[in-house]
Design a protein around this ligand. Sequence first.
Ligand SMILES: Cc1cc2nc3c(=O)[nH]c(=O)nc-3n(C[C@H](O)[C@H](O)[C@H](O)COP(=O)(O)O)c2cc1C
Length: 150
Amino acid sequence: MTDPRLVPEGPRPAGQDASDLMTLSYRSVAQEDLSQPAIDGMVTKAQRFNASAGITGVLLHDGRYFLQILEGPLEQVTRLFSSISADTRHSEILPFAIRWLIRRRFDDWSMRLIGPMATRAVAADMAEIDGADPARIDRLATDVLAMLRR
Ligand SMILES: Cc1cc2nc3c(=O)[nH]c(=O)nc-3n(C[C@H](O)[C@H](O)[C@H](O)COP(=O)(O)O)c2cc1C
């Protein structure tokens, strides 16, 4: 059963196809001793799974925080987020910006990892991103896309 708190509010947008496309973001605190090779290995596995599940997005890591933007069909996104929430490699998981999507923003990326330098360029202070300002996540997604396209 899908956790009702993870289902976007409001009607699905007109013109959306039958795939229940949604987006969900969260910020979390990485486990302190999580090494870069461990993160790289995790992302390689995630890319394989996401490609098979129709999930796309980005994972920003600034050394202390993760911020992930997930996109995909409702059932796949909410099920993956349940696994991610139970993962001990991070804690203090704060979901936000749960919304229906008309089209994907990261359709080229089954999960693109953005490392500390690039993350600081688009989100200087991840502690300040707390979900209180949903437009902030949209601006962040736009900034990440602009950076990836350069
Ligand atoms: C910050 C973070 C982001 C993750 N992102 C994904 C992801 O996008 N896709 C994925 O399959 N697993 C991701 N994982 C791994 C999942 O938490 C989990 O290990 C994986 O879905 C396998 O779950 P299972 O062991 O319950 O089968 C992520 C883990 C962390 C800590």
